[in-house]
Every structure is written in structure tokens, then in C-alpha cells.
Design a protein around this ligand. Structure first.
Ligand SMILES: [Zn+2]
Length: 150
């Protein structure tokens, strides 16, 4: 459901990141956002309702690409809720930022410092939060907000 359009991570300059949880961003997008943003909770609920009604299959919903799973494992922060599909406590949130001077397929932001740096730019970037379950490959956009540009 979320396609970063990225094949490989070569452009991000990210390389292998430490999976050390303490190094990960604690900042929510809303803390650096310069706009109210869009909340995708209703769309998420509609998607889950369609699954329960049999209109969407598990295969259609649990289609996270390998790159997204990898980012979930290396850049994700644990979500405060269980996966809506497999009900495991494996759900994580990955924050992507797209904008000028960022890789075409977005940068996976992993630290508060990096988030502040992007937020202090004069150019506007857009941050997206995607929830991903590495266990069953469920993925869904949860919010998007403009950051920077002030
Ligand atoms: Zn799951």
C-alpha cells in the first residue's frame, strides 16, 4: 500500500545504520511540522473494514516491499499498538521525508538531529509516517505533514 518507488538505498547515503533503539528518533512529525498535515487513520480503518468484508485480500494488504521491511527493521520505531492484521506486537513506524536535496525515493529519518536539520531548511519537505509489520508485511500510511520552509 506504500511504495517508496525505491529500488535499493544507494542514493540516500544512509548505508547500514545501527539498530540501536536509543539512537532512533523520538520526534513525531507533528513536532516539526509546518502544516496541519493529513491524517490517514480513516483511510486505514476503511482498508481494514474492506479486508473484514472480504473486499480486499490479505495478499493485497500485506505487500510491503523488501526495501520497506528492511527500513522497518533498521529505521523503525515501535508503534504503541499491535499489528491490525496479525495482531503481533511487531508493528513499527517508519518516517520518510521527501523534498529538495533528498533522495528521489525519500530519506528514512532515524534521529531527532536529522529531523531538526531538515525542519530548519528554507525549502519545504514532506514527511510521511508509514506503519509496517515485518512479521506479516502489512503496511499503511498513517500521516503526512510539511516540514521546514519557515
Ligand atoms: Zn502483522
Amino acid at each position: 500500500m506504500f511504495d517508496t518507488a525505491g529500488r535499493g538505498d544507494s542514493g540516500s547515503g544512509g548505508g547500514v545504520r545501527s539498530p540501536n533503539m536509543t539512537a532512533r528518533t523520538k520526534l513525531g512529525l507533528q513536532q516539526v511540522a509546518t502544516s496541519g498535515g493529513i491524517d490517514y487513520r480513516l483511510a486505514r480503518e476503511a482498508t481494514l473494514a474492506a479486508f473484514r468484508n472480504g473486499d480486499l485480500s490479505r495478499e493485497q494488504l500485506c505487500d510491503a516491499q523488501r526495501e520497506l521491511i528492511r527500513n522497518a527493521e533498521f529505521c523503525g520505531t515501535p508503534a504503541s499498538r499491535d499489528c491490525p492484521m496479525c495482531e503481533q506486537p511487531t508493528l513499527v513506524e517508519v518516517t520518510y521525508v521527501f523534498g529538495p536535496r533528498l533522495p528521489k525515493h525519500g530519506r528514512c529519518v532515524t534521529s531527532d538531529r536529522e529531523m531538526h536539520r531538515i525542519a530548519s531548511r528554507k525549502s519545504v519537505s514532506t514527511g510521511y509516517v508509514v506503519e509496517v509489520c515485518p512479521a506479516c508485511r502489512w503496511n499503511h500510511l498513517t500521516e503526512s505533514r510539511a516540514i521546514g520552509g519557515t
